[in-house]
Design a protein around this ligand. Structure first.
Ligand code: NAP
Length: 525
């Protein structure tokens, strides 16, 4: 179950949001009375409450705002109990002062806004002894590994226990705590009303992560990156799980380079079956894998880790085939096929450029690499045995295909292009790996020149679909992935105003857990 927290300064706002949440399907709502600026009127808040309710009055030390006396706080809580509220939240020092009465259940809670302390089990045991119906332990995660400790606490507890971490590192346990036995997780009314660090909005938890459907047998996947909050992968994969009725969830997992290997080792306890890997971990993923495939070994970068049926970690690079297929789309639209003999200019020499350059060489293309920093560009060109073109000279080459692997033109700096319009020639294939926005300045100018254009969306959905196949053994629909992504990123302001827009279709209850894949085929659909 999802418990949605409301913290507003006025009674009227609280009651309006409570009603709104009930209409949106909320089953449990926490009223944070400590947020109210006037003397709280408990009876009024509870009288016609539209859902079961948790009443909480948090002190500043525990992340709250209550500034009244301790006596007032206790009086308000007793008033709520007398009014028959479903739950009261009581911190350890308060629990013995507020006695059980009527049907009201007691959540005995512990919050640590700084860290996840070493003595979690002792804390939990103390709270359990305070006539608890539910124990709640919430701590700050300073590393993704902290999630594992909280989830184990929930799994091993004899008293029903809500246990998860706060902060961006804690999102993993906020979403997975139900799988480990927590009776509920906490969410915020909307993205604009985040009340604790890392809190997800109700709609995202319900529709994107489908918290209510997560159970012991839910297969877990995720994307490892730093940063990771901008990633569209959770949207694509979760939407595909839902569409295909798979009992699986996909999480954003922020991990720093130092924490990469310790996190993957610690997460073995969570039974995670596959990861997408993004900046800056693609090289580390190859090193971590028990069996990296040939391509990822040669490029030295993998964007996919998945467990095979023997429990071994395999690494693959789905960026490369996805990029080559995208270029092929452009060639086919011109009635041509294959890169063999085609003059290809790659702009950039970073991770994406390296993978695509390697693929172009393999496919027999005549490759040129141009990069802003000469040293990096020359290094890549030397490694691959191709021509390096200085950044200043990039417009002077006669080329058939241009691939932009720089972020120039990406949201929010959309008025820029890495290639002057007057350098473009009719009939060129122009592939921009950027997918936000879909129609970059480069793509728009290339269209005016009657070039064949391909946007980064084509690559992004293909690399995701190939990962999906490794993860689940299933083909997914590129068309569905394309429209999910398009709906989310265009117009661009959708992202800036509301964050990732989760898919809104209703969920189905008949779900299947995806099997572990043998080796996966890795081929895009
Ligand atoms: P990266 O490793 O950080 O490399 C960035 C490259 O862009 C470097 O060569 C860098 O040159 C160059 N660059 C950055 N800012 C520049 C500027 N203002 N002017 C000129 N050159 C500049 O990043 P990456 O992982 O390769 O990603 C690059 C792009 O590929 C991103 O835009 C990303 O959206 C896109 N991408 C798309 C997909 C997809 O599925 N569609 C997948 C992966 C990546 P220096 O060496 O001089 O710094």
């Amino acid at each position: 179950m999802i418990c949605v927290t409301i913290g507003r300064t006025r009674h009227k706002q609280i009651m309006a949001e409570h009603l709104n949440l009930a209409q949106r399907g909320a089953e449990l709502v926490e009223l944070r009375v400590d947020w109210i600026s006037r003397p709280p009127r408990i009876g009024e808040l509870l009288r016609n409450r539209p859902t079961p309710t948790v009443l909480t009055i948090r002190l500043p030390a525990d992340g709250g705002r209550f500034s009244g006396t301790e006596e007032t706080r206790q009086t308000l809580l007793r008033e709520a109990i007398v009014a028959g509220v479903e739950y009261v939240d009581l911190e350890e020092e308060l629990a013995s002062k507020i006695r059980r009465y009527g049907k009201t259940k007691r959540i005995i809670s512990y919050h640590n806004m700084e860290e996840t302390p070493d003595d979690l089990e002792e804390i939990h045991e103390r709270l359990s002894k305070l006539d608890a119906d539910v124990v709640k332990v919430v701590t700050m995660a300073n590393s993704p590994v902290d999630n594992v400790r909280l989830l184990k606490l929930a799994r091993n507890a004899k008293v029903p226990t809500v246990a998860f971490c706060m902060g961006e590192y804690g999102i993993v346990s906020r979403i997975l705590c139900g799988k480990f036995g927590s009776p509920f997780t906490y969410c915020t009314f909307s993205k604009e009303r985040v009340m604790a660090p890392g809190q997800l909005p109700f709609d995202e938890m319900k529709k994107l992560y489908r918290f209510d459907q997560i159970n012991e047998s839910t297969a877990v996947f995720g994307v490892l990156g730093d940063p990771v909050s901008h990633s569209w992968s959770p949207l694509l994969h979760n939407a595909a799980f839902k569409r295909m009725k798979l009992n699986a969830v996909y999480l954003p997992i922020r991990v720093t380079p130092e924490d990469f290997t310790p996190t993957l080792k610690a997460f073995e306890e969570l039974g995670i079956r596959g990861y997408s890997v993004t900046i800056p971990h693609k090289e580390a993923a190859v090193k971590f894998a028990d069996k990296p495939d040939e391509t990822s070994q040669k490029i030295g970068a993998a964007n996919t880790l998945f467990k095979d049926s023997k429990g071994l970690w395999r690494a693959a690079n789905t960026d490369l085939p996805a990029a080559l297929e995208s270029i092929e789309l452009g060639l086919q639209a011109k009635g041509e096929s294959g890169l063999s003999g085609k003059r290809v200019l790659i702009l950039g020499a970073g991770g994406a450029a390296r993978a695509i350059a390697w693929g172009v060489m393999q496919a027999g293309g005549v490759l040129m690499v141009s990069n802003r920093s000469k040293e990096r560009g020359m290094k890549l060109a030397e490694e691959l045995g191709c021509q390096f073109v200085t950044w200043a000279n990039r417009g002077a080459q006669a080329v058939d295909v241009i691939v932009n692997c720089t972020p120039i033109g990406m949201f929010p700096e959309m008025a820029q292009s890495p290639y002057e319009q007057y350098w473009l020639r009719d009939g060129m294939v122009v592939f921009d790996t950027i997918y936000n926005p879909e129609n970059t300045m480069l793509i728009r100018e290339a269209r005016e020149h009657r070039c064949q254009t391909v946007s980064g969306i084509e690559m992004f959905i293909r690399q995701a679909a190939a990962q999906f196949k490794f993860f689940t053994g299933r083909e997914t629909s590129l068309d569905e992935m394309r429209s999910t992504l398009r709906r989310a990123i265009s117009p661009v302001r959708v992202k800036t105003e509301t964050g990732h827009a989760p898919p809104s279709e209703a969920t189905s209850s008949q779900e299947e857990t995806p099997p572990a894949t043998e080796t996966g085929s890795g081929e895009s659909t």
